[in-house]
Ligand binder design. Sequence first.
Ligand SMILES: [Fe+2]
Ligand SMILES: [Fe+2]
Length: 172
Amino acid sequence: MKNVTEQLTAEHRNILRVIDEVLEECQRLECGGTLNPEFIEHTIDFIRNYADRYHHAKEEKILFEAMLENQDCLHCNPIPVMLHEHEESRSFVRNMEKALQEKDVPAVIANAHNYCRLLQGHIYKEDHILYPMAEEALDDSQKETVLQRYREADSKTLTVETVKGYETLFAN
Ligand SMILES: [Fe+2]
Ligand SMILES: [Fe+2]
């Protein structure tokens, strides 16, 4: 049986690792530490390019689409909530960027915090509810199509080296 969520789950682990670093940075700032604009810029870049353009895009344009074609998923469809949370996460990032430009540290902390908490819950729901539902609902030939489309999307979105860079961000 093919698996269409293994890669996405591995991407979640990379996103959660960066989120832990960001929450630690928030704590440092809350204790009176000075703002490190570079750290926040790297965080925003990671969220926009890796978490959103690379990861969320595969969910929205490929996996969720495939699930919606399948009647089994429609009786308790969690996809609109997932899409809404993606949108909400984008607005926290826009606010984080604005707060950084204005050097408004409490707003940087609040928006970074909101983003991290939202994504932790979002990823939990995907890993435990939505992804198992996808594995259950799609047959092998639909899964093959999804996997093929992931490969096409990945090759157009980021280079292998860039992905590696994001996957080791803040790692040392
Ligand atoms: Fe998602
Ligand atoms: Fe996800």
